[in-house]
Design a binder for this molecule. Structure first.
Ligand code: EPZ
Length: 420
């Protein structure tokens, strides 16, 4: 297993380009199943999860061609199998996103039931209830969700009793080909859902209320192929900003967007960062200062994202003052704090709250990544620690950060990958 070895102490300084968004690339790849002709998807990040989604499409018989710039041509008309097998779903829960499109377009889907993962139990009950409301017959058998809609799906009014990103995406993709109108209420409003909806509209879908929590979808008979470029990754952007803030550095991030990161940028300003933004770039300058501790609470968009909580927890660990970080989305997403404490942080967990007393310096140590964003927080901690930090199990980080060590090296960090 590969490891990252970090010598702490460098202030990040420089410019890098942000990659395409993993969490919008994944549903958009699933949405290609809805088209009646070839789709061209560009600006996909080169990440293990994206490769797994492409492998899933291929194993269903879909024709997938990738060029050297990670632009992918997908021809869903060659599909012959309607199953997402356990072997792929167990490596990536987002495989569940093929359920809605398969059911809407082909009337059948067998998708291995995704289990929980390190950050929580992560049920998919809302996805299933929404599809049932549209007329699907669903049973769970042998660890598989077996869904059928032989006469097609029917539009319905469905209130999601919890804000769910994947649930909203699955139901939106199902509704675009359902007969009649579907109203999705209490829908998630994450920018990745807007990106997916805009891709569906480019394919010929009729969707009102994009970017709000009330989506109205007028089903159409068929959707055509199109070319679509995935939006920039807001969480990758936020991670490099938090890393620069923690090290007292200055970074300019290109090919990104500030408008989808408001809650994160506000917290960075509260921490003392000077932020300047342009149409497709963000610059952060700490002017060599130590950050001030910032308290925060995660919640669905547009509030502070759970996917940025671990990185801010690492920054708070070395900030001036005390802070409280409350995680409201996933029940087990503060586990990285134990590893941070092994590096000298002062963090006490009280239920879903981390009470953090900032220390001046952390100390390098061997640490273990437990999930994607937790690994990013350990890398940030390693960069602000005295001495050497080894981050083990970095396959987690490779799921969500394209070329992380190259990008950090370009910003002046002393970090290298050691193949294991
Ligand atoms: C998406 O996961 C993201 N993944 C996650 O990104 C992100 O943390 C999460 O949204 C929240 O923003 C992708 O986009 C591929 P949810 P998802 O359904 O869709 C509960 C990362 O690091 N729930 O919005 O699985 C659920 O347990 C990650 O890139 C139900 O109870 O998240 C959770 O508590 C990991 N029943 C809450 O809702 C359901 O049917 C939000 O989950 C569905 C969800």
């Amino acid at each position: 297993m590969d490891k990252l070895i970090i010598q702490g102490g460098s202030r990040l300084n420089g410019e890098i380009k942000i990659s395409g968004s993993k969490n919008s690339g994944l549903p958009i790849l699933a949405a290609t199943l809805l088209a009646d002709g070839p789709m061209h998807i560009c600006n996909l990040p080169h990440l293990n999860d994206i490769t797994t989604m492409l492998a899933l499409l291929r194993c269903m018989g879909v024709d997938v061609t990738i060029d050297e710039k990670m632009c992918v041509e997908i021809d869903p008309t060659t599909i012959r199998d309607f199953e997402a097998p356990y072997e792929l779903v167990k490596t990536m829960r987002a495989s569940i996103l093929v359920l809605g499109p398969l059911l809407a377009r082909f009337g059948k889907a067998d998708v291995s039931f995704p289990g929980g993962c390190a950050i929580g139990s992560r049920p998919v009950d809302i996805h299933l209830r929404g599809l049932e409301a549209m007329g699907a017959e669903i049973e769970v058998d042998g660890g598989y969700i077996r869904a059928r809609a032989p006469k097609g799906l029917k539009g319905a009014r469905f209130l999601m009793d919890k804000v769910t990103v994947g649930g909203t995406e699955n139901l939106l993709m199902a509704a675009v080909l359902a007969e009649g109108t579907t109203w999705l209420e209490n829908a998630a409003r994450e920018p990745e859902i807007v990106d997916l909806a805009e891709c569906l509209v480019a394919m010929g879908a009729k969707i009102e209320g994009i970017g709000t929590d009330q989506l109205e979808i007028q089903g159409v008979k068929q959707l055509h192929g199109c070319t679509y470029s995935v939006m920039p990754d807001r969480i990758e952007t936020g991670t490099y900003l938090a890393a620069a803030a923690a090290t007292g550095g200055r970074v300019k991030l290109r090919a990104t967007r500030a408008d989808i990161l408001e809650a994160v940028l506000l917290k960075l300003e509260e921490a003392g960062a000077k932020i300047t933004v342009g149409e497709d770039w963000i610059e952060l300058d700490m002017e060599g200062r130590r950050p001030r501790a910032v308290s925060l609470r995660t919640a669905p968009y547009p509030a502070f994202p759970t996917d940025m909580q671990a990185q801010f927890t690492a920054m708070n660990a070395v900030s001036e003052g005390a802070s409280a970080v409350v995680e409201t989305i996933f029940e087990n997403r503060l586990i990285q704090t134990h590893e941070l404490n092994r590096m000298g942080a002062h963090i006490v967990l009280e239920g879903n709250t981390a009470m953090i007393e900032g220390v001046e310096k952390l100390k390098g140590a061997p640490v273990m990544a437990s999930d994607l964003r937790a690994s990013a927080s350990l890398v940030i901690a390693g960069m602000v620690a005295e001495g050497e930090t080894t981050v083990d199990r970095i396959y987690h980080i490779d799921r969500g950060y394209e070329c992380i060590e190259e990008k950090l090296q370009m910003l002046g960090a002393n970090i290298r990958r050691v193949p294991g």
